[in-house]
Design a protein around this ligand. Sequence first.
Ligand SMILES: Cc1cc2nc3c(=O)[nH]c(=O)nc-3n(C[C@H](O)[C@H](O)[C@H](O)COP(=O)(O)OP(=O)(O)OC[C@H]3O[C@@H](n4cnc5c(N)ncnc54)[C@H](O)[C@@H]3O)c2cc1C
Length: 442
Amino acid sequence: MEYDIIIIGAGPAGYVAAIRAGQLGMKTALIEKKQVGGMCMNWGCIPTKSIIESARALAKAKSAATFGVTGIEPEKLGLDWTVAKNRAMEIVGKLRGGVESVLKKNGVEVIHGAARINDSGSVTVSNKNLKTKNIFIATGSYPSATGTGLKKELWIQIEKLFELESLPKHLVIYGRGPVSVELAQFFAMAGSKVAIVATKGKFLPGIDNYLEQYVLKILKDQGVKVYFDLEIKGYEKGKLLAGDEKIACDRILNASWRKAVVPPSETEIPLDEEGYIVTNDSFETSIPGIFAIGDVNGRAYLAHVASAQGIWLVNHLKGIRSEFDFKNYPYNLYSTPEIAQIGSTEAQLTEQGILYKISEFPLSANGKAMAEGNTEGRIRILSEDRYGQVMGVQIIAEHATDMIAEAAAFMQIEGTVYDVAQTIHAHPTVSEVFMEAVRNDS
Ligand SMILES: Cc1cc2nc3c(=O)[nH]c(=O)nc-3n(C[C@H](O)[C@H](O)[C@H](O)COP(=O)(O)OP(=O)(O)OC[C@H]3O[C@@H](n4cnc5c(N)ncnc54)[C@H](O)[C@@H]3O)c2cc1C
């Protein structure tokens, strides 16, 4: 028996591709060595957002008196970590069960085990050789090795986060990406003292400098100290020795920048200098019939991009043609308040020599935001000077990560600031800030 596609890895790239392939009637096997759902569903996107929501509920309760709620004694409020993490794991379990049943419904054969590639037409799992026309490598990424010489017991690896019995009193987060910021805020809101020791490279890679500065400010306001350019030297009596600093630290959370997880293979899979699988714009490696989708190809490190690549590739193999949009996808930060960005940053527009205009509007002038008590934030719409085409949107707002979908829709159809200004937005809504920002431009 020969499969049309064997997919290695059941994260958002792999399981979404498998479902699509099943829907299109392709004989598909999905091989997973840990849990269906991958990093995102089991330990990443979903459970971290669930615990962040617990911390936000605590913050809301603390400010409830300003809304006229009586009977709340702020000094008695706190976060029950066991309840919060169990709630997160319950959500994960439900979602995983849902995905497993959709895979089954669409005729995808899920095989548990670690896969090895033999050649472009065969894969081995649990000593069984499986034949296939196409292989999708969707094996994701993992925080890079720490290499700091610190004892293993000090580290919290992301999969073990939800096994912690209690929250550390003093936590150091080692990293520089969105996960570092989101979890730093979570732990700080939950009552831990938190510091971020930024690993080498740009803080929040890919984000506009304006947003980066904003994030650093909110972290500072929250008492989270961010250290840059420190070399970790050791650990002594509850202190992390880094550069000339001694940072109070019970545990270190490894949120360091991720590296590709490349499956073992008898055939040499071409990698770039950072270890990601090299693919062309159709996600095919230089070995015909072997493709790489999701984090493992190093094009983006986001679940929705991984899934979009999976769907696009299956469609492509079935002859359903479209161009994959490598540029316009939302980049969300589940900070408090949330931050979302899509399209080009100011730095990218400048680098491309595009003359642009920034149209802004603060949430403090929006009625719904005032009513909700969420006036922190603003929208920034970057448009090219000549025709007003929207080139990028940045939002800081309580629900920025949902609001950015509107920008994704009008950027998909190459909308201009005039289109945005003419779109009737319901009142009162926070989304009115889109048209308010560009009203003067039309
Ligand atoms: C804490 C955290 C929070 C995050 N939050 C967000 C977020 O809010 N939004 C967002 O867009 N992204 C988020 N991410 C990033 C997101 O998780 C990844 O971009 C996404 O999981 C990538 O999907 P993937 O399918 O490429 O890989 P993965 O989800 O990593 O899945 C790869 C799968 O392949 C399996 N595998 C590996 N090797 C083999 C093998 N040889 N045989 C069989 N199976 C194998 C692995 O076990 C794994 O299940 C977060 C990441 C972390 C760590």
